[in-house]
Design a protein around this ligand. Sequence first.
Ligand SMILES: Cc1cc2nc3c(=O)[nH]c(=O)nc-3n(C[C@H](O)[C@H](O)[C@H](O)COP(=O)(O)OP(=O)(O)OC[C@H]3O[C@@H](n4cnc5c(N)ncnc54)[C@H](O)[C@@H]3O)c2cc1C
Length: 506
Amino acid sequence: MSSTLTPPRRPGTAAAPVSAPGPHGSTAGGVSAAGVASAATGRSAASLSADTRSRAKNHRRRQTAADVMQLLCVTSVAASIALYLAYAGVADFSSLQGTINAVGIMAGLAGTDLILVMLVLAARVPWIDRTVGQDRAIALHRALGKPALYLILAHGLLLTISYAMLDQIDVVGETLSLLSNSTELLLAYLGLGLLVLVVVTSIVAVRRRFAYEAWHLIHLLSYAAVLVALPHQLSTGGVLAEGTLQRVYWIALYVAAFGLIVVYRFALPIIRSARHGLRVTSVETIAPGVVSIVMSGTKLETLRVQGGQYAVWRFWSANTWWHAHPISFSAVPTANAIRITVRDLGAGSARISRVPVGTSVSIEGPYGVFTDRARTSPYLSVVTAGIGITPVRAMLEHASLRAGEASVLLRASDENGQYLWQEVAGISVSTGSSAFSMMGHRPAGTDTWMSESALRSGVTLETVFPHLHDSDLYICGPQAWADLVVQDARRAGLAEKQIHLERFDS
Ligand SMILES: Cc1cc2nc3c(=O)[nH]c(=O)nc-3n(C[C@H](O)[C@H](O)[C@H](O)COP(=O)(O)OP(=O)(O)OC[C@H]3O[C@@H](n4cnc5c(N)ncnc54)[C@H](O)[C@@H]3O)c2cc1C
């Protein structure tokens, strides 16, 4: 366990003493927590309950929107099947060949519908981001990948079998005949091949073998896969016959999916980047391998960044223009300046750390729900480690906190991991929050997020955060470490809505 933290003061920042308390409010190593104001002295019971009611209302609103979103996904697949059945009727099921054919068509429709839903989920639509957060939307996008592929594979296989039964030839002969006689089907098979490539390269174990940029490039082929399969739906499929509601439905779905992608992934970021004219004004090393990059621009207040959010950045220098990275705002932007803090965890972030002053920067975002707005409880507890401090620093700065409302535990293995600590300490002092530190390596062979000495002293989440059960717990740090904090929070009885985890892997 660390002793009192007294980081070097910077002009304009106050350093709060930071320590970690032991069990039952005692302090480990004789260190007392400072910068703490009692919650009872900080706010009235009436204002606390008004805040709690408004947070509960916000949470219900977001939950309803998330439910509507899931319902729309399911309804959309159900609609594609229902519309097919409405037009084809039950006659198609009167023979074995007809049944195989009809099931094959429905599998294709459901699979295509799922793929279009996946494209919408990845289109970075602001409503989706505000409702469930981009990370949950992408998690759902990923979860749908394999079912969509299996449905499309079943579609190809079942229809080839059904055609082979009609033509009374074997499946291989039927496949060759389909490929040689129809350009639309040839394109559809090409689309299927691309889809297999996209899904296989997205399986975690395979994905890790590729550089992110290579994987991302392959992933973009999914747009091509959907588009090259379209002609066979219009011609061979018959399900999109002119003048039917089914045709209107599918065209609307295609236009919505691709329209949202064009608007939110391409047009809006280009317009936004041109409007704000961001340029790098300074790159300052704040710890070994960690830099803070300040950018200047115009009308940055119109980005309406919430502390805790991130954006996807592209630096237009010779060494960095081809890769964009999600990086959190490490301070709340002003009208003409933005700051991010980057740790060189890989080749791309190392190149960003050396970006020349004057480099022009594109911005996509802001995104994310790791903000004060997502809170559901009267108190705020935060655990952060390493570069995970960046969104925490900005979130604490943005939140209007009353004395005693927030407690922050800063975790590091050694002194090199203390970047931005003095700024967080300064914010704690000015808001009357508590800030504690826990330094030291984790004990070998134990699944814990705590230091060896903290573990030995009996420190738990409850001892660090006396109001834990009335708190939202915000966690950001290395993934495996953060998962262990989440595990402890669940064990302590926190509800899922109280746990907010920002993932830095994607
Ligand atoms: C929401 C969010 C906020 C983040 N905030 C910060 C921050 O404030 N400071 C900071 O230093 N880091 C932050 N990161 C992490 C940062 O984006 C990665 O460290 C960086 O992209 C790694 O790229 P690399 O080429 O250096 O490493 P690589 O070795 O290529 O990749 C390391 C990991 O980063 C992922 N990654 C790489 N490139 C991208 C990309 N373009 N888009 C998405 N994921 C990618 C890879 O999947 C891999 O898991 C954040 C990540 C996310 C998702």
